[in-house]
Design a protein. Structure first.
Length: 341
């Protein structure tokens, strides 16, 4: 099935009424020109590819001991589309934005004696070890602190998490539903809308687990939690304290570190965050040096764009948990106080 933007006459829906499971008939329409260009949702070492390239220009890895095929990247995307279209029947669904990394190259048998520089296009084979995608649902939107957010779904597949030298068994996927800040294309994902290891043995089982996650996700709860971040601010001194403490975090003795909340971003991320505290046009500090936690959250998610595909979603969720923890620390009732004291 082609992945396209679709809309019915009643597609503008209030976010409080979006958790109903409905059935969408399959619609086959070419997706020409439907994907609009914006900032990428992840950068790092990734490149953009089209669904057509995955379908026609990439081989499908197999489990070597029984030659059973893996669930291909394009199948993962297709199942995600069908799941979302079923739950959010009648809503606009944009064509997927797909990013890949770690290209695995090969060649056809008839080119066995050729040097690499002499290979013709039809003699080359490839697949991508890691793939991430998102699909926006732009008819379901909300505004937080002047920023427009669009509902979004997406996932990650990393073949390096599979044992392709064995027999076919459970395959692992990461899948989420959340929001994207359209000012900066940063991802806003909560624990309730994310499954870090979706183990499945078939496409049907994958769809069942996707549907379960999508239907169990509360749009209104996630939005309320994000809106609440705007009610809290850090002073310049507290922000500086935070930057200093996160640099100490990874060097703490094990017995001290284990009692603190988990923080997955590293020093490189916080170098970018410190820079953007002054330089980011949308989320920088106020004139008095203070900065609200909504802006802090977006500095964190912006820095996370430099993460590799296989760590990107876990870090996205961790940034939300971390920022929520800071809001509790401001009230003095959280073990996140260590980062501000």
């Amino acid at each position: 099935m082609e992945l396209v933007s679709i809309r019915n006459k009643n597609s503008q829906t209030n976010v409080n009424n979006t958790n109903q499971a409905l059935v969408l008939e399959e619609v086959k329409v070419p997706d020409v020109g439907l994907q609009f260009k914006q900032k990428p949702f992840i950068e790092a070492n990734t490149q953009e590819v089209s669904l057509e390239e995955l379908q026609h220009n990439c081989i499908i890895p197999v489990f070597s001991k029984d030659n059973e095929k893996t669930i291909a990247h394009q199948e993962f995307i297709d199942v995600a589309y069908n799941s979302v279209a079923t739950v959010y029947s009648g809503q606009v669904i944009n064509a997927p934005e797909i990013r890949v990394s770690h290209q695995i190259k090969g060649r056809t048998p008839d080119a066995i004696h050729k040097s690499a520089k002499d290979l013709l296009d039809h003699e080359r084979t490839q697949y991508f070890e890691r793939m991430a995608f998102i699909m926006r649902i732009p008819s379901i939107v909300e505004t937080i602190n002047g920023n427009k957010l669009s509902l979004i779904v997406g996932g990650v597949r990393a073949y390096n998490h599979e044992n392709l030298y064995s027999k076919k068994g459970f395959e692992k996927f990461k899948f989420f539903i959340g929001f994207q800040n359209m000012v900066c294309c940063n991802m806003c994902i909560s624990t309730d809308g994310f499954q870090s290891e979706m183990k499945v043995s078939s496409v049907l089982e994958l769809q069942e687990k996707m549907m379960e996650l999508i239907q169990g996700y509360s749009v209104s709860k996630h939005l309320e939690e994000m809106k609440n971040l705007s009610n809290y601010s850090l002073s310049e001194k507290q922000f500086a304290q935070l930057i200093g403490k996160v640099r100490l975090y990874n060097f703490l003795p094990k017995e001290e570190k284990v009692v603190l909340p988990e923080l997955l971003l590293n020093d490189n991320h916080f170098n970018a965050i410190a820079k953007d505290y002054f330089a980011d046009k949308s989320f920088c500090k106020n004139e008095d040096g203070s900065i609200n936690l909504w802006n802090v959250y977006n500095l964190l998610t912006g820095a996370n764009k430099s993460s590799y595909i296989n760590t990107f979603l876990d870090r996205s969720v961790n940034t939300f948990n971390f920022t929520e923890g800071l809001s509790k620390a401001i009230n003095g009732d959280s073990n996140y106080r260590w980062f501000l004291s």
